[in-house]
Design a protein around this ligand. Structure first.
Ligand code: 0O2
Length: 268
């Protein structure tokens, strides 16, 4: 076995993970800015620990020196969705980038084809290039796309598998199968109330948008010296805000916009 300086060898993977996480978080932010439901709920990234790399290489009879070239999940990204339906949307978002800033190398659908363990998730292996020490460096990265329920199950099962060194006792396997079944049912149940949840989400996003607009409009009127009604505006705003009625917030915002037009206030 050669001497691998793991800490420096893994730095490019850390950079790739940071870049991809940032890009996917921006996708989520774009949806929210457009006041749309984001199929991406959370994004997490990690570089595989040195001990996990060595253990996986050993399990698969891969010489340690080849591990970085052969293992495709040294850089790993987990994309968590609320609903099963969101998984396909995320997959399509990734596919739309194929050939642009990432290259799809492989897709594995463990959502439809549940693993024997009960594991469900959609895996995409991508090729991703980074600029590292002035050189273009191609790397591989595994994206795991799954729902919150699938993630809950996988996290618990992973910890238990680690505890038992990969050899889960039968009684635990059975329980985990029951839990996987329950997670599957939970995802299906969530799908049936998806419409209601999306509506609630939309109302909250609209309320947040209107509050931002109102605060900005009041500030602009103040900045342009239109201070005579300022206390009134603030009082009215607080009353409507406490009331929580989105229509009233919208009406009030409209009033402020009309005032801004009358006073010819330009936005600052
Ligand atoms: P860690 O600590 O998560 O990195 P392959 O079977 O090789 O064709 P696959 O399944 O994509 O394709 O490869 P692999 O190596 O079996 O699994 C890749 C990763 O998927 C795993 O990484 C896990 O994160 C996750 N995974 C796969 N199967 C299971 C499972 O049964 N339970 C859980 N909890 N996770 C799973 P690592 O290396 O296991 O670990």
């Amino acid at each position: 076995m050669g001497i691998t300086n793991w800490n420096t060898e893994l730095l490019p993977y850390e950079q790739a993970v940071d870049e991809i996480v940032l890009k996917l978080k921006s996708v989520r932010r774009d949806f929210l800015r457009r006041q749309q439901h984001s199929p991406i709920e959370q994004v997490e990234g990690r570089v595989k620990s040195i001990s996990s790399i060595i253990a996986k290489a050993n399990d698969r009879n891969i010489p340690i020196d080849d591990a970085l070239n052969v293992l495709e999940d040294i850089a790993g990204i987990r994309i968590i969705c609320r609903f099963v339906e969101d998984i396909e949307k995320v997959v399509n978002i990734i596919r739309a980038r194929d050939g642009f800033d990432m290259k799809i190398l492989q897709e594995e659908d463990y959502v439809t084809n549940t693993k024997k363990s009960g594991y469900r998730s959609y895996h995409i292996t991508i090729g991703y290039k980074i600029v590292y020490e002035d050189e273009i460096m191609p790397l591989k990265c595994e994206l795991q796309i799954r729902t919150l329920a699938m993630n809950f199950w996988a996290t618990i099962e992973h910890s238990l598998r680690y505890k038992y060194d990969g050899h889960l006792p039968e009684h635990l396997k059975e329980r985990l199968h029951n839990c996987a079944e329950a997670a599957f049912k939970l995802d299906n149940e969530m799908t049936t109330i998806r419409g209601e949840l999306l509506q609630a989400q939309k109302t909250k996003q609209t309320q947040e948008f209107l509050v931002n607009e109102i605060v900005k409009n009041i500030h602009n009127l103040y900045a342009y010296g239109k201070v005579e009604h300022l206390n009134d505006y603030n009082r009215q705003f607080m009353e409507i805000f406490r009331d929580g009625d989105v229509n009233k917030l919208s009406e009030f915002n409209h009033q402020l916009e009309t005032m801004a037009e009358i006073y010819n206030v330009r936005y600052v």
